[in-house]
Write a protein that binds this ligand. Structure first.
Ligand SMILES: NC(=O)c1ccc[n+]([C@@H]2O[C@H](COP(=O)([O-])OP(=O)(O)OC[C@H]3O[C@@H](n4cnc5c(N)ncnc54)[C@H](O)[C@@H]3O)[C@@H](O)[C@H]2O)c1
Length: 327
């Protein structure tokens, strides 16, 4: 605990889908006052009263640098980014924000000798040339979206700063993430969150991907645990300084609809694929995470049925699960 108490953490992009839950989890471990949350946006409701909050535009390197010094920051979790679907609408902006913000964080980490930096990559680093099933840790990586290109380049920069300057960088390639606390921010897998809200409110959902589009997915509690377990692993266990594949489940819109129908039998789902179909068609259906399992003991806890039950009871307190799917 003595060691943990010395850490002062800055979370950048703390009001996003991952940031809110990660900030709350880090505050439990390191102490409320030791985790500074920051974002461009106003403080998220769920963060209010749980610890320090500052407004930060990570595109302003001076502002970032001053904040790191003023708060005696020792670790940075950099989550701010333009996501896959939004990125395709404005490729230049997505490239600029995703790359420049990472370089700002890596430079400040080098200059201030920070203990550790976390920056997430994504399954979007893979492309049409990558294996569709069990995409390996090391394989053909030729992404075709600007988001994927920025993640691929980001992974290279992480490894470069580690090798050249000794910065302790750590990263995972998150699959699509499903959560109930804060809304998703413009990704291609956002349908898997929207469908729960619409199923509970309207019993009807129009999906922007086709019924049989299988993608790697993960429930947020697993993603948060993966992040913290990776960051707490001894440095000598980390053999991948770009980003680790991690996997939990793979399903299609048709399959998640079936899983929800076990509890909401009259749910109706239509499929009207849009531009996001093309993005998802370039990604693998499953990834091989054996390196993460071997190096730092990664293991998921939630499958589709367990995640579905947990989402429904958390989104609607008092929701009665059908017996067969109860968590
Ligand atoms: N959510 C997913 O399914 C998923 C999957 C793979 C990878 N990721 C990666 O995880 C990270 C976080 O994703 P998320 O889903 O929480 O994204 P999000 O869009 O929900 O949150 C990002 C946050 O960053 C903030 N931000 C944007 N520009 C900023 C700036 N200039 N300065 C400070 N803050 C700024 C936004 O206001 C937002 O609150 C991203 O790097 C993303 O690529 C997410």
């Amino acid at each position: 605990m003595g060691y943990l108490n010395k850490e002062r953490i800055l979370v950048i992009g703390a009001c996003g889908q991952i940031g809110v839950e990660l900030t709350l989890a880090l505050r439990k471990i390191y102490g409320e006052g030791n985790v500074v949350a920051s974002d461009l946006r106003d403080e998220h409701e769920l963060l209010k009263g749980t610890g320090p909050y500052v407004s930060l535009d990570v595109m302003n390197k001076e502002m970032l640098h001053v904040l790191v010094i003023r708060h005696n920051i020792t670790q940075v979790y950099h989550l701010a980014a333009i996501l896959s679907a939004t990125g395709e609408k404005n490729p230049g902006l997505a490239w600029h924000i995703n790359m420049q913000s990472l370089l700002h964080v890596l430079d400040v980490a080098k200059e201030e000798s920070l203990h550790k930096v976390y920056w997430p990559s994504s399954i979007a680093v893979f492309g049409p040339g990558s294996p569709k099933q069990h995409a390996p840790q090391h394989t053909i990586i030729e992404p075709t979206t600007v988001y994927g290109i920025s993640k691929m380049a980001g992974e290279r920069w992480l490894e470069y700063y580690h090798k050249r300057y000794g910065v302790d960088v750590r990263s995972v390639r998150y699959p699509g993430l499903i959560s109930y606390k804060s809304a998703p921010g413009g990704g291609t897998t956002d349908y898997a969150v929207e469908i729960f809200h619409e199923a509970l409110e309207e019993k009807r959902y129009t999906c922007f991907l086709s019924e049989d589009t299988h993608l790697p997915m993960m429930y947020m509690p697993d993603a948060i645990r993966a992040t913290i377990e990776l960051m707490e692993a001894p440095a000598e266990k980390i053999t991948v300084r770009s980003a680790y594949n991690i996997s939990a489940m793979s399903f299609s819109p048709g399959e998640i609809s079936e899983a929800i129908r076990k509890h909401i039998p009259d749910l109706e789902v239509d499929y009207i694929p849009d531009y996001r179909q093309e993005i998802s068609d370039t990604w693998p259906q499953t990834v091989d995470d054996s390196q993460a399992r071997a190096d730092w003991g990664w293991k998921p806890q939630y499958d589709l049925q367990r995640m579905t039950a947990d989402m429904l009871v958390n989104l609607r307190p008092g929701f009665q699960l059908s017996g067969s799917g109860a968590a």
